[in-house]
Write a protein that binds this ligand. Structure first.
Ligand SMILES: *Cc1c(COP(=O)(O)O)cnc(C)c1O
Length: 468
Protein backbone atom coordinates (compact mmCIF):
# COMPACT_ATOMS: atom_id res chain seq x y z
CA UNK A 1 0.00 0.00 0.00
CA UNK A 2 1.27 3.45 -0.95
CA UNK A 3 0.25 6.74 0.63
CA UNK A 4 -0.47 10.07 -1.06
CA UNK A 5 -1.21 13.62 0.09
CA UNK A 6 -4.65 15.23 -0.02
CA UNK A 7 -3.05 18.24 -1.72
CA UNK A 8 -1.53 16.50 -4.70
CA UNK A 9 1.96 15.28 -3.75
CA UNK A 10 1.73 11.77 -5.21
CA UNK A 11 5.28 10.58 -4.42
CA UNK A 12 4.59 6.95 -3.49
CA UNK A 13 5.49 6.42 0.18
CA UNK A 14 5.17 3.27 2.25
CA UNK A 15 3.63 3.09 5.73
CA UNK A 16 7.02 3.11 7.48
CA UNK A 17 8.00 6.27 5.62
CA UNK A 18 5.00 8.25 6.83
CA UNK A 19 4.83 6.68 10.33
CA UNK A 20 7.11 9.24 11.98
CA UNK A 21 5.88 12.21 9.90
CA UNK A 22 3.22 14.83 10.50
CA UNK A 23 1.88 16.75 7.50
CA UNK A 24 2.90 15.81 3.97
CA UNK A 25 5.53 18.16 2.48
CA UNK A 26 2.82 20.04 0.51
CA UNK A 27 0.86 20.76 3.71
CA UNK A 28 -1.74 18.05 3.06
CA UNK A 29 -2.60 14.91 5.03
CA UNK A 30 -1.54 11.39 4.12
CA UNK A 31 -4.13 8.86 3.00
CA UNK A 32 -3.80 5.40 1.46
CA UNK A 33 -3.93 5.36 -2.36
CA UNK A 34 -7.17 3.37 -2.04
CA UNK A 35 -9.31 1.74 0.64
CA UNK A 36 -9.07 -2.07 0.55
CA UNK A 37 -12.57 -3.56 0.20
CA UNK A 38 -13.61 -6.24 2.67
CA UNK A 39 -15.86 -8.83 1.03
CA UNK A 40 -18.60 -10.87 2.72
CA UNK A 41 -16.42 -13.95 3.20
CA UNK A 42 -13.68 -11.91 4.90
CA UNK A 43 -16.19 -10.15 7.13
CA UNK A 44 -17.64 -13.50 8.16
CA UNK A 45 -14.19 -14.84 8.99
CA UNK A 46 -13.20 -11.74 10.99
CA UNK A 47 -16.37 -11.97 13.11
CA UNK A 48 -14.85 -14.76 15.16
CA UNK A 49 -11.46 -13.16 15.80
CA UNK A 50 -10.06 -11.86 19.07
CA UNK A 51 -9.34 -8.11 19.09
CA UNK A 52 -5.58 -8.38 18.53
CA UNK A 53 -6.05 -10.83 15.65
CA UNK A 54 -8.67 -8.56 14.08
CA UNK A 55 -6.29 -5.63 14.44
CA UNK A 56 -3.54 -7.61 12.75
CA UNK A 57 -5.80 -8.47 9.78
CA UNK A 58 -6.92 -4.87 9.28
CA UNK A 59 -3.47 -3.34 9.77
CA UNK A 60 -1.95 -5.86 7.33
CA UNK A 61 -4.11 -4.41 4.53
CA UNK A 62 -2.39 -1.04 5.01
CA UNK A 63 1.12 -2.00 6.15
CA UNK A 64 3.24 -4.06 3.78
CA UNK A 65 6.68 -2.86 4.79
CA UNK A 66 6.80 -4.43 8.26
CA UNK A 67 7.30 -8.24 8.26
CA UNK A 68 4.04 -9.97 9.21
CA UNK A 69 5.56 -11.76 12.20
CA UNK A 70 6.84 -8.47 13.62
CA UNK A 71 3.51 -6.70 13.10
CA UNK A 72 1.70 -9.59 14.74
CA UNK A 73 3.98 -9.41 17.77
CA UNK A 74 3.59 -5.61 18.12
CA UNK A 75 -0.20 -5.80 17.89
CA UNK A 76 -0.52 -8.79 20.25
CA UNK A 77 1.60 -7.15 22.93
CA UNK A 78 -0.42 -3.92 22.65
CA UNK A 79 -4.03 -5.11 22.84
CA UNK A 80 -3.97 -7.27 25.96
CA UNK A 81 -6.50 -7.86 28.71
CA UNK A 82 -3.85 -6.70 31.24
CA UNK A 83 -3.71 -3.25 29.65
CA UNK A 84 -7.42 -2.86 28.78
CA UNK A 85 -9.00 -4.77 31.63
CA UNK A 86 -11.14 -7.17 29.56
CA UNK A 87 -10.48 -9.80 26.88
CA UNK A 88 -12.88 -7.95 24.52
CA UNK A 89 -10.63 -4.83 24.79
CA UNK A 90 -13.55 -2.60 23.67
CA UNK A 91 -16.59 -4.33 25.24
CA UNK A 92 -20.11 -3.34 24.28
CA UNK A 93 -22.61 -2.51 26.99
CA UNK A 94 -26.35 -2.50 26.30
CA UNK A 95 -28.06 0.65 27.61
CA UNK A 96 -31.55 -0.13 26.31
CA UNK A 97 -33.03 -1.91 23.29
CA UNK A 98 -30.88 -1.14 20.25
CA UNK A 99 -28.70 1.39 22.09
CA UNK A 100 -25.17 0.47 23.16
CA UNK A 101 -22.05 2.01 24.65
CA UNK A 102 -18.71 0.77 23.30
CA UNK A 103 -15.98 1.20 25.92
CA UNK A 104 -12.87 2.71 24.36
CA UNK A 105 -11.62 4.16 27.60
CA UNK A 106 -10.31 1.25 29.63
CA UNK A 107 -6.66 1.89 28.75
CA UNK A 108 -4.05 3.35 31.13
CA UNK A 109 -5.25 6.99 30.92
CA UNK A 110 -9.00 6.23 30.85
CA UNK A 111 -9.63 7.88 27.48
CA UNK A 112 -9.98 6.53 23.95
CA UNK A 113 -6.69 8.07 22.82
CA UNK A 114 -4.94 5.10 24.45
CA UNK A 115 -6.45 2.81 21.79
CA UNK A 116 -4.23 4.33 19.11
CA UNK A 117 -1.40 5.81 21.14
CA UNK A 118 -0.42 2.50 22.77
CA UNK A 119 0.09 0.98 19.31
CA UNK A 120 1.96 4.07 18.16
CA UNK A 121 4.41 3.61 21.05
CA UNK A 122 5.15 0.05 19.94
CA UNK A 123 5.46 1.03 16.26
CA UNK A 124 7.76 4.00 17.01
CA UNK A 125 10.10 1.89 19.13
CA UNK A 126 10.19 -0.78 16.41
CA UNK A 127 10.79 1.59 13.49
CA UNK A 128 13.41 3.71 15.30
CA UNK A 129 15.23 0.54 16.34
CA UNK A 130 15.17 -0.72 12.76
CA UNK A 131 16.64 2.56 11.50
CA UNK A 132 19.08 3.00 14.38
CA UNK A 133 17.56 6.43 15.10
CA UNK A 134 16.21 8.30 18.10
CA UNK A 135 13.33 10.78 18.41
CA UNK A 136 12.49 13.57 20.85
CA UNK A 137 8.72 14.00 20.93
CA UNK A 138 7.68 17.55 21.76
CA UNK A 139 4.08 18.35 22.55
CA UNK A 140 1.70 20.64 24.41
CA UNK A 141 -1.27 19.36 26.35
CA UNK A 142 -4.12 20.59 28.48
CA UNK A 143 -4.73 17.03 29.66
CA UNK A 144 -5.77 14.00 27.58
CA UNK A 145 -3.36 13.85 24.65
CA UNK A 146 -0.27 14.45 26.74
CA UNK A 147 -1.00 11.73 29.23
CA UNK A 148 -1.92 9.20 26.51
CA UNK A 149 1.37 9.99 24.74
CA UNK A 150 3.40 9.64 27.93
CA UNK A 151 1.82 6.31 28.91
CA UNK A 152 2.41 5.04 25.36
CA UNK A 153 6.06 6.11 25.18
CA UNK A 154 7.21 5.45 28.77
CA UNK A 155 10.20 3.13 28.82
CA UNK A 156 10.31 2.89 25.02
CA UNK A 157 13.84 2.66 23.58
CA UNK A 158 14.94 5.50 21.30
CA UNK A 159 12.09 7.83 22.30
CA UNK A 160 12.02 10.72 24.76
CA UNK A 161 8.94 12.82 25.47
CA UNK A 162 8.99 16.53 26.36
CA UNK A 163 5.44 17.49 27.26
CA UNK A 164 4.51 21.09 28.00
CA UNK A 165 1.46 21.80 30.15
CA UNK A 166 0.11 24.99 31.76
CA UNK A 167 1.49 25.08 35.32
CA UNK A 168 -1.24 24.59 37.92
CA UNK A 169 -4.08 24.57 35.39
CA UNK A 170 -4.72 20.87 34.85
CA UNK A 171 -7.05 19.00 37.19
CA UNK A 172 -5.29 17.37 40.18
CA UNK A 173 -6.11 13.96 38.67
CA UNK A 174 -4.63 14.82 35.26
CA UNK A 175 -1.54 16.31 36.90
CA UNK A 176 -1.11 13.21 39.03
CA UNK A 177 -1.50 10.94 36.01
CA UNK A 178 1.29 12.67 34.12
CA UNK A 179 3.60 13.89 36.87
CA UNK A 180 3.69 10.61 38.80
CA UNK A 181 5.51 8.90 35.91
CA UNK A 182 9.07 8.22 37.02
CA UNK A 183 10.39 6.88 33.70
CA UNK A 184 13.61 8.70 32.80
CA UNK A 185 12.53 9.17 29.15
CA UNK A 186 9.43 11.20 30.15
CA UNK A 187 9.91 14.93 30.82
CA UNK A 188 7.01 17.01 32.13
CA UNK A 189 7.58 20.73 31.63
CA UNK A 190 5.08 22.86 33.57
CA UNK A 191 5.01 26.22 31.80
CA UNK A 192 4.12 29.32 33.83
CA UNK A 193 1.36 30.34 31.41
CA UNK A 194 -1.78 29.06 29.68
CA UNK A 195 -2.22 26.25 27.15
CA UNK A 196 -1.84 28.66 24.20
CA UNK A 197 1.59 29.69 25.54
CA UNK A 198 2.59 26.00 25.55
CA UNK A 199 1.41 25.60 21.97
CA UNK A 200 3.24 28.74 20.87
CA UNK A 201 6.47 27.39 22.37
CA UNK A 202 6.05 24.09 20.51
CA UNK A 203 5.50 26.03 17.27
CA UNK A 204 8.50 28.28 17.88
CA UNK A 205 10.78 25.29 18.57
CA UNK A 206 9.45 23.35 15.54
CA UNK A 207 9.89 26.39 13.28
CA UNK A 208 13.60 26.49 14.13
CA UNK A 209 14.44 23.95 11.44
CA UNK A 210 18.11 23.73 12.38
CA UNK A 211 17.24 22.92 16.02
CA UNK A 212 14.50 20.54 14.91
CA UNK A 213 16.87 18.56 12.69
CA UNK A 214 19.75 18.57 15.17
CA UNK A 215 17.60 17.34 18.06
CA UNK A 216 15.32 15.08 15.97
CA UNK A 217 12.12 16.72 17.15
CA UNK A 218 8.90 14.85 16.31
CA UNK A 219 5.23 14.87 17.34
CA UNK A 220 2.41 12.43 17.99
CA UNK A 221 -0.56 14.61 17.04
CA UNK A 222 -3.89 13.37 15.82
CA UNK A 223 -3.13 13.77 12.10
CA UNK A 224 -0.73 10.81 12.30
CA UNK A 225 -2.10 8.16 9.91
CA UNK A 226 -1.08 5.25 12.15
CA UNK A 227 -3.26 6.63 14.96
CA UNK A 228 -6.22 6.86 12.65
CA UNK A 229 -5.62 3.36 11.30
CA UNK A 230 -5.50 1.84 14.79
CA UNK A 231 -8.93 3.35 15.46
CA UNK A 232 -10.51 1.67 12.42
CA UNK A 233 -10.26 -1.66 14.25
CA UNK A 234 -12.75 -0.88 17.02
CA UNK A 235 -15.48 0.03 14.52
CA UNK A 236 -15.28 -3.55 13.24
CA UNK A 237 -15.12 -4.91 16.80
CA UNK A 238 -18.20 -2.88 17.81
CA UNK A 239 -20.12 -3.98 14.73
CA UNK A 240 -19.45 -7.67 15.39
CA UNK A 241 -20.59 -7.38 19.00
CA UNK A 242 -23.84 -5.56 18.13
CA UNK A 243 -24.94 -7.87 15.29
CA UNK A 244 -25.55 -11.55 14.76
CA UNK A 245 -24.96 -11.59 11.00
CA UNK A 246 -23.24 -9.47 8.38
CA UNK A 247 -26.58 -8.69 6.72
CA UNK A 248 -27.27 -6.22 9.54
CA UNK A 249 -26.27 -2.57 9.68
CA UNK A 250 -25.39 -0.40 12.67
CA UNK A 251 -24.91 3.32 13.29
CA UNK A 252 -22.14 4.88 15.38
CA UNK A 253 -22.37 8.10 17.38
CA UNK A 254 -19.00 9.77 17.96
CA UNK A 255 -18.13 12.63 20.35
CA UNK A 256 -15.91 14.68 18.05
CA UNK A 257 -13.23 17.34 18.19
CA UNK A 258 -10.40 17.00 15.71
CA UNK A 259 -12.40 14.55 13.56
CA UNK A 260 -9.85 11.75 14.15
CA UNK A 261 -12.15 9.23 15.78
CA UNK A 262 -15.05 9.59 13.35
CA UNK A 263 -12.67 9.71 10.38
CA UNK A 264 -11.65 6.17 11.32
CA UNK A 265 -15.36 5.26 11.13
CA UNK A 266 -15.47 6.79 7.67
CA UNK A 267 -12.50 4.62 6.63
CA UNK A 268 -14.21 1.49 8.04
CA UNK A 269 -17.35 2.35 6.07
CA UNK A 270 -15.33 2.92 2.87
CA UNK A 271 -13.84 -0.56 3.39
CA UNK A 272 -17.34 -1.98 3.30
CA UNK A 273 -18.28 -2.32 6.97
CA UNK A 274 -22.11 -2.08 6.98
CA UNK A 275 -22.38 1.27 8.78
CA UNK A 276 -25.70 3.03 8.25
CA UNK A 277 -25.01 6.41 9.84
CA UNK A 278 -21.97 8.12 11.31
CA UNK A 279 -23.46 10.50 13.85
CA UNK A 280 -21.09 13.34 14.65
CA UNK A 281 -21.62 15.01 18.04
CA UNK A 282 -20.04 18.30 19.10
CA UNK A 283 -20.34 20.40 22.24
CA UNK A 284 -20.85 24.19 22.16
CA UNK A 285 -17.84 24.34 19.82
CA UNK A 286 -19.94 23.31 16.85
CA UNK A 287 -17.71 23.99 13.83
CA UNK A 288 -18.31 20.49 12.50
CA UNK A 289 -22.03 20.34 13.26
CA UNK A 290 -22.40 23.60 11.36
CA UNK A 291 -20.62 22.08 8.36
CA UNK A 292 -22.80 18.97 8.26
CA UNK A 293 -25.94 21.09 8.54
CA UNK A 294 -25.00 23.84 6.06
CA UNK A 295 -21.99 22.94 3.90
CA UNK A 296 -20.03 25.86 5.33
CA UNK A 297 -16.85 25.17 7.28
CA UNK A 298 -15.74 28.18 9.28
CA UNK A 299 -12.81 27.83 11.66
CA UNK A 300 -12.90 29.86 14.85
CA UNK A 301 -10.34 31.98 16.68
CA UNK A 302 -9.35 31.59 20.33
CA UNK A 303 -11.90 34.26 21.35
CA UNK A 304 -14.72 32.23 19.79
CA UNK A 305 -13.62 28.90 21.25
CA UNK A 306 -15.59 28.10 24.41
CA UNK A 307 -14.16 26.36 27.46
CA UNK A 308 -16.69 23.62 28.14
CA UNK A 309 -17.28 20.70 30.48
CA UNK A 310 -16.30 18.32 27.65
CA UNK A 311 -12.89 19.96 27.22
CA UNK A 312 -11.31 17.39 24.89
CA UNK A 313 -13.79 18.51 22.23
CA UNK A 314 -13.01 22.24 22.59
CA UNK A 315 -11.56 22.73 19.14
CA UNK A 316 -11.90 25.55 16.67
CA UNK A 317 -10.28 23.81 13.68
CA UNK A 318 -10.62 20.05 13.08
CA UNK A 319 -7.17 18.85 12.05
CA UNK A 320 -8.33 15.60 10.36
CA UNK A 321 -11.31 17.04 8.54
CA UNK A 322 -9.44 17.55 5.25
CA UNK A 323 -9.21 13.76 4.88
CA UNK A 324 -12.97 13.36 4.69
CA UNK A 325 -13.50 16.37 2.42
CA UNK A 326 -10.89 14.95 0.03
CA UNK A 327 -12.92 11.74 -0.29
CA UNK A 328 -16.19 13.69 -0.50
CA UNK A 329 -14.76 15.63 -3.47
CA UNK A 330 -13.95 12.40 -5.27
CA UNK A 331 -10.27 12.82 -4.29
CA UNK A 332 -9.90 15.99 -6.35
CA UNK A 333 -6.56 17.30 -5.06
CA UNK A 334 -6.76 20.74 -6.68
CA UNK A 335 -10.23 21.42 -5.25
CA UNK A 336 -9.05 20.21 -1.82
CA UNK A 337 -6.04 22.51 -2.01
CA UNK A 338 -8.28 25.39 -3.07
CA UNK A 339 -10.59 24.89 -0.07
CA UNK A 340 -8.04 24.18 2.67
CA UNK A 341 -5.02 26.14 1.47
CA UNK A 342 -6.53 29.13 -0.35
CA UNK A 343 -9.95 29.67 1.21
CA UNK A 344 -9.18 28.63 4.80
CA UNK A 345 -5.79 30.37 4.52
CA UNK A 346 -7.25 33.64 3.27
CA UNK A 347 -10.69 33.92 4.87
CA UNK A 348 -10.81 31.10 7.43
CA UNK A 349 -13.88 29.52 5.81
CA UNK A 350 -15.25 27.76 2.73
CA UNK A 351 -18.66 26.75 1.44
CA UNK A 352 -19.20 23.68 -0.72
CA UNK A 353 -21.25 23.91 -3.91
CA UNK A 354 -24.77 22.48 -3.65
CA UNK A 355 -23.73 19.46 -5.74
CA UNK A 356 -20.73 18.78 -3.49
CA UNK A 357 -22.76 19.16 -0.31
CA UNK A 358 -25.46 16.82 -1.64
CA UNK A 359 -22.93 13.97 -1.57
CA UNK A 360 -22.52 14.15 2.24
CA UNK A 361 -25.58 11.91 2.68
CA UNK A 362 -23.96 9.17 0.56
CA UNK A 363 -21.19 9.02 3.15
CA UNK A 364 -23.66 8.43 5.98
CA UNK A 365 -22.86 11.55 8.01
CA UNK A 366 -25.39 13.36 10.18
CA UNK A 367 -24.67 15.63 13.15
CA UNK A 368 -25.86 17.49 16.20
CA UNK A 369 -24.52 19.43 19.17
CA UNK A 370 -24.90 19.46 22.92
CA UNK A 371 -24.66 22.08 25.68
CA UNK A 372 -23.60 21.99 29.32
CA UNK A 373 -27.26 21.73 30.36
CA UNK A 374 -27.80 18.83 27.90
CA UNK A 375 -24.72 17.12 29.33
CA UNK A 376 -25.98 17.35 32.90
CA UNK A 377 -29.44 16.12 31.87
CA UNK A 378 -28.01 13.18 29.91
CA UNK A 379 -25.64 12.16 32.73
CA UNK A 380 -28.52 12.31 35.23
CA UNK A 381 -30.99 10.45 33.04
CA UNK A 382 -28.50 7.72 32.12
CA UNK A 383 -27.53 7.21 35.76
CA UNK A 384 -31.05 7.24 37.19
CA UNK A 385 -32.95 5.37 34.49
CA UNK A 386 -30.29 3.10 33.00
CA UNK A 387 -27.93 2.68 35.95
CA UNK A 388 -24.80 3.78 34.06
CA UNK A 389 -22.63 6.82 34.74
CA UNK A 390 -21.17 8.29 31.55
CA UNK A 391 -18.50 10.94 31.19
CA UNK A 392 -19.22 14.40 29.76
CA UNK A 393 -17.93 13.66 26.22
CA UNK A 394 -19.82 10.40 26.00
CA UNK A 395 -22.92 12.29 27.20
CA UNK A 396 -22.61 14.62 24.20
CA UNK A 397 -22.49 11.56 21.92
CA UNK A 398 -25.47 9.95 23.62
CA UNK A 399 -27.59 13.10 23.43
CA UNK A 400 -27.03 13.47 19.69
CA UNK A 401 -27.36 9.71 19.08
CA UNK A 402 -30.93 9.82 20.40
CA UNK A 403 -31.77 12.43 17.74
CA UNK A 404 -30.72 10.08 14.93
CA UNK A 405 -32.16 6.66 15.82
CA UNK A 406 -33.58 4.59 12.96
CA UNK A 407 -35.95 1.72 13.75
CA UNK A 408 -34.23 -1.64 13.52
CA UNK A 409 -30.69 -0.21 13.30
CA UNK A 410 -28.60 -0.63 16.47
CA UNK A 411 -26.90 2.60 17.58
CA UNK A 412 -23.45 2.32 19.15
CA UNK A 413 -22.27 5.34 21.13
CA UNK A 414 -18.50 5.44 21.49
CA UNK A 415 -17.52 5.98 25.12
CA UNK A 416 -14.44 8.19 24.82
CA UNK A 417 -13.52 8.66 28.49
CA UNK A 418 -14.38 7.33 31.93
CA UNK A 419 -16.35 9.62 34.26
CA UNK A 420 -13.52 9.50 36.83
CA UNK A 421 -11.56 11.88 34.61
CA UNK A 422 -14.18 14.63 34.77
CA UNK A 423 -15.44 14.29 38.30
CA UNK A 424 -16.40 17.96 38.85
CA UNK A 425 -19.20 17.78 36.28
CA UNK A 426 -20.31 14.37 37.51
CA UNK A 427 -20.63 15.82 41.02
CA UNK A 428 -22.60 18.73 39.56
CA UNK A 429 -24.98 16.33 37.80
CA UNK A 430 -25.33 13.57 40.39
CA UNK A 431 -24.19 15.07 43.68
CA UNK A 432 -21.59 12.33 44.14
CA UNK A 433 -18.10 11.44 42.99
CA UNK A 434 -17.77 8.97 40.09
CA UNK A 435 -16.12 5.62 40.71
CA UNK A 436 -12.43 5.44 40.02
CA UNK A 437 -10.65 2.25 38.83
CA UNK A 438 -8.92 0.66 41.84
CA UNK A 439 -5.47 0.93 40.26
CA UNK A 440 -5.76 4.73 40.30
CA UNK A 441 -6.92 5.16 43.88
CA UNK A 442 -4.90 7.87 45.60
CA UNK A 443 -2.62 8.73 42.67
CA UNK A 444 -2.75 12.38 43.77
CA UNK A 445 -0.55 11.35 46.73
CA UNK A 446 2.25 9.84 44.61
CA UNK A 447 5.55 11.71 44.28
CA UNK A 448 5.54 14.07 41.29
CA UNK A 449 8.31 14.59 38.77
CA UNK A 450 8.13 17.80 36.73
CA UNK A 451 10.11 20.92 35.92
CA UNK A 452 8.64 24.41 36.10
CA UNK A 453 9.57 26.57 33.08
CA UNK A 454 9.04 30.24 32.16
CA UNK A 455 7.07 31.11 28.99
CA UNK A 456 10.25 31.08 26.95
CA UNK A 457 11.02 28.93 23.92
CA UNK A 458 14.77 29.31 24.49
CA UNK A 459 14.48 27.83 27.99
CA UNK A 460 12.66 24.80 26.51
CA UNK A 461 15.31 24.44 23.80
CA UNK A 462 18.05 24.57 26.43
CA UNK A 463 16.28 21.89 28.45
CA UNK A 464 15.97 19.63 25.40
CA UNK A 465 19.63 20.24 24.50
CA UNK A 466 20.63 19.09 28.00
CA UNK A 467 18.28 16.13 28.26
CA UNK A 468 17.50 15.08 24.66
C1 LIG B 1 -9.80 13.52 21.93
C2 LIG B 1 -11.13 13.26 22.53
C3 LIG B 1 -12.33 13.42 21.79
C4 LIG B 1 -12.35 13.94 20.38
O1 LIG B 1 -11.80 13.03 19.45
P1 LIG B 1 -11.34 13.51 18.01
O2 LIG B 1 -10.63 12.36 17.42
O3 LIG B 1 -10.41 14.69 18.23
O4 LIG B 1 -12.55 13.92 17.24
C5 LIG B 1 -13.52 13.11 22.41
N1 LIG B 1 -13.56 12.68 23.70
C6 LIG B 1 -12.44 12.52 24.44
C7 LIG B 1 -12.56 12.08 25.85
C8 LIG B 1 -11.19 12.79 23.90
O5 LIG B 1 -10.07 12.64 24.63
Amino acid sequence: MKYLSTRGDATPRGFSEILLEGLAPDGGLYLPAHYPKVDAATLARWRGLAYADLAFEILSLYIDDVPAADLKRLVSSTYTAQVYGTPEITPLKRLEDGLYLQALSNGPTLAFKDMAMQLLGALFEYELGRRGQTLNILGATSGDTGSAAEYAMRGKRGVKVFMLSPHGRMSPFQQAQMFSLQDPNIHNLAVEGVFDDCQDIVKAVSNDLEFKRRWKIGTVNSINWARLLAQVVYYFAGYFQATASDAERVSFAVPSGNFGNICAGHVARMMGLPIHRLVLATNENNVLDEFFRTGTYRVRGAAETHETSSPSMDISKASNFERFVFDLLGRDTSRTRQLFHDEIGQRGAFTLTAAEFARVAEFGFVSGSSTHADRLATIRDTAQRLGTVVDTHTADGLKVAREHRDPGVPMIVLETALPAKFSATIVEALGREPERPAALAGIEQLPKRFKVMPVDAQAVKDYIAQNG
